[in-house]
Design a protein around this ligand. Structure first.
Ligand code: OAD
Length: 249
């Protein structure tokens, strides 16, 4: 794979790298994306019937069951070479006293399973569920819930601790992602359609803050024309090659 020499030079000199990932990074692990024409979740389901607070209020059983099925699928999946390469890159950047910030829209916790640390989950996680009354968060790595929705044991029921349409990003995650995007020397968007804000806005903010911007994605996106380097292809192939080129630079 031919990699742009300017890109390798920018990566070699970068003291702070920020990465934003989307569902395309987990696709090769068997986690469905959202907008792929045939296999995407939103090609089969109506997000307004499943991924909003109103949907949960209207039909908590259906919403709870659907997210529990996605939770169980995520728990069965393993990190792919893209996840593993990003975790290795972070370790090596830390060894060189540099920073590597991983921001993800994904809710499957595969980055953490690959060894990435301090992952900024701007859309929450399928593995964590929270009590609707107390807000208490419970990590759920067990079998399918026996009941939908599940009583929380604290006077409410459990909802997935993910960001639904119409909800704000978790404040700490949003500010950490914004800071990393504005502070980094190189910002790399991987496996996202760059359609959902505010997450997609981090690409534009990084660019306006002076970072060298990179997109790695199977298909072009609205961000493709604004980034400095666009690499079309599979994350599981491109990301390991990029990390290897950085290590040898
Ligand atoms: P999408 O499904 O919108 O986009 C996935 C992107 O990954 C597409 O642009 C594909 O071309 C690309 N892709 C697919 N397989 C790939 C692969 N193996 N290697 C590289 N790229 C690949 O998913 P997201 O952009 O993550 O939010 O969606 C953003 C948000 O919209 C999600 O976090 C979720 C969704 O609605 C909420 O529900 C709030």
């Amino acid at each position: 794979m031919m990699l742009d020499s300017d890109l390798i030079a920018a990566l070699r000199n970068a003291r702070h790298i920020a990465v934003l990932t989307g569902a395309g990074v987990s696709a090769e692990s068997g986690v469905p994306t959202f907008r792929d024409a045939l296999t995407g979740l939103w090609a089969k389901y109506d997000p307004m019937q499943l991924a909003t607070p109103e949907a949960f209020a209207r039909d908590p059983e259906t919403v709870s069951r659907w997210y529990d099925e996605r939770r169980l699928n995520a728990l069965r999946r393993t990190p792919n070479p893209a996840h593993l390469a990003l975790a290795r890159w972070q370790r090596h950047m830390i060894e060189r006293a540099r920073t590597f910030t991983l921001i993800t829209q994904n809710v499957d916790r595969l980055h953490q399973a690959a060894g990435s640390t301090d992952v900024i989950e701007v859309h929450g996680s399928l593995i964590d569920w929270r009590c609707t009354r107390t807000g208490r968060i419970i990590e759920c790595r067990g079998p399918a819930f026996p009941q939908h929705p599940m009583p929380s044991g604290h006077g409410g029921v459990l909802r997935p601790n993910v960001v639904w349409f119409g909800e704000a990003l978790p404040e700490d995650a949003a500010s950490a992602a914004q800071h990393a995007s504005g502070f980094c020397d190189v910002f790399i968007s991987i496996g996202t359609s760059a359609l959902v804000y505010p997450a997609a806005g981090f690409i534009h903010f990084a660019k306006s803050s002076g970072a060298v911007t990179v997109e790695i994605n199977r298909d072009p996106t609205p961000a493709t024309e604004i980034v400095d380097h666009s690499m079309l292809g599979l994350a599981g192939e491109i990301v390991p090659a990029l990390v290897e080129a950085w290590e040898q630079a």
